[in-house]
Structures are given as structure tokens and as C-alpha cells.
Design a protein around this ligand. Structure first.
Ligand code: 5GP
Length: 191
């Protein structure tokens, strides 16, 4: 998505070898007009697939998922990072290792909001090693829901998550795919 790649080139900041900061427009301050374009692009890619619910993970997926849901005319459910050690029934639960914080979270979704009649589109801001996406897919499977696919804003294609999930048969649509990046030379995209 050309508009998004231009914005990443202009405002993205590379930290070290593997972290791209986009907090001026994507996941801290949010450019909602850009989100609308992102939502329309996800709809273009997943139109006609029967999506009736969007699933994301807190916190930075929520804004993008909500604006995308306006294009799909469906609700959003976000998986919560739970502090609770003993999680009672009535929730699906999985574990996700955070890329940015390096710790493992219990992640939960109420069984009220995910079930066998749902056709789920997962939305997230980044795809790196794939832990967040795999956790969300686990929740979809526990619920007996159907996974339509995953819409990712920025995939760091030099990290293994995207390839691994596609090899498992998951339809992953990423709007910007970063081939390589460095503090000196900035960001290069997959053609
Ligand atoms: P994964 O689970 O695929 O390794 O990482 C995905 C999650 O980590 C995303 O939900 C995102 O919040 C965070 N993340 C991964 N890489 C980056 C990055 O380069 N920059 C930012 N800002 N977040 C990232």
C-alpha cells in the first residue's frame, strides 16, 4: 500500500536492528484518516469472505481494528492481556510472548463473544515472530470459529512469523512488508 509505505519512510524511526517505531501515526498518536484508508484496503482484500467479526489484541491493535470494522460493518473483540493467575471458566485463554517487552502474557477472550458461528478476521499493527497472531488463532480455534485470515499493517518480512503462518495455510495480508531496515539506511520494502 503505497500511501502507508510513504508514511513509514517519512515518519518511521528504526531502533537497533529489529524495532520500527511508528508511534507518531500508528500506535500512540493515531492518524485516523490513514486508518480509514487502511480499513478500506483490508475490505478490498477480504471482501466477500463472510467476515462477521474482527479480533485483535490490546492495546495497539484496537484503534486500527475499530476503524477497519466500520468498513466491514461488524463488531470488534479484543483479546485482553490478563493479570489474573487463576482464570475461571467462561473465557478462552492462551499465552503470548510479547515481542516488544519480552515477557509472556496470559491472553483471554470471553466465550460470550467468540463462537462456532463466527467468521473471524484478525487485525494487528505488526507481524514479527508471529506469537501474537498464533495466540489469536489459538483463541479462534478454541471457540470453534472459522478463521478467514489476518490483516496486518506492517509485516517485518525478515522475521519468521509471516512465512511460518502462511506455510501453515493461514491467509496473511500485510499492507507494508519490510524487507530490511537499519538506523543508517532506513526502511526497504518487499516489491
Ligand atoms: P510478534 O508476536 O509477531 O513477534 O510481534 C507482534 C506484536 O509485537 C505486535 O502486536 C506489536 O505490538 C509488537 N511489535 C513487533 N514488532 C514491532 C516493531 O518493530 N515496532 C512496534 N512498535 N511494535 C512491534
Amino acid at each position: 500500500m503505497e500511501l502507508l509505505e510513504q508514511r513509514i519512510r517519512r515518519d518511521g524511526v528504526v531502533k537497533g536492528t529489529d524495532v520500527l517505531k511508528v508511534d507518531s501515526f500508528l500506535n500512540h498518536q493515531m492518524d485516523v484518516a490513514l486508518f480509514e484508508e487502511i480499513g478500506r484496503e483490508f475490505l478490498r482484500r477480504f471482501d466477500g469472505c463472510g467476515v462477521n467479526k474482527i479480533l485483535t489484541i490490546e492495546a495497539s491493535g484496537i484503534g486500527i481494528a475499530c476503524v477497519t470494522a466500520q468498513s466491514f460493518h461488524c463488531p470488534v473483540v479484543f483479546a485482553k492481556k490478563s493479570q489474573t493467575k487463576n482464570i475461571a471458566g467462561e473465557v478462552y485463554t492462551t499465552k503470548v510472548e510479547s515481542f516488544t517487552h519480552g515477557r509472556v502474557y496470559d491472553v483471554i477472550v470471553s466465550q460470550k463473544f467468540l463462537g462456532p458461528r463466527d467468521n473471524i478476521l484478525i487485525i494487528d499493527d505488526f507481524l514479527a515472530n508471529g506469537a501474537a497472531l498464533e495466540g489469536l488463532i489459538d483463541l479462534v480455534n478454541q471457540a470453534g470459529a472459522r478463521l478467514v485470515g489476518a490483516g496486518i499493517v506492517i509485516e517485518k518480512a525478515f522475521q519468521p512469523g509471516g512465512d511460518r503462518l502462511r506455510a501453515k495455510g493461514v491467509r496473511v495480508e500485510s499492507l507494508a512488508r519490510v524487507k530490511s531496515m537499519s538506523e543508517e539506511n532506513g526502511v526497504e520494502f518487499v516489491d
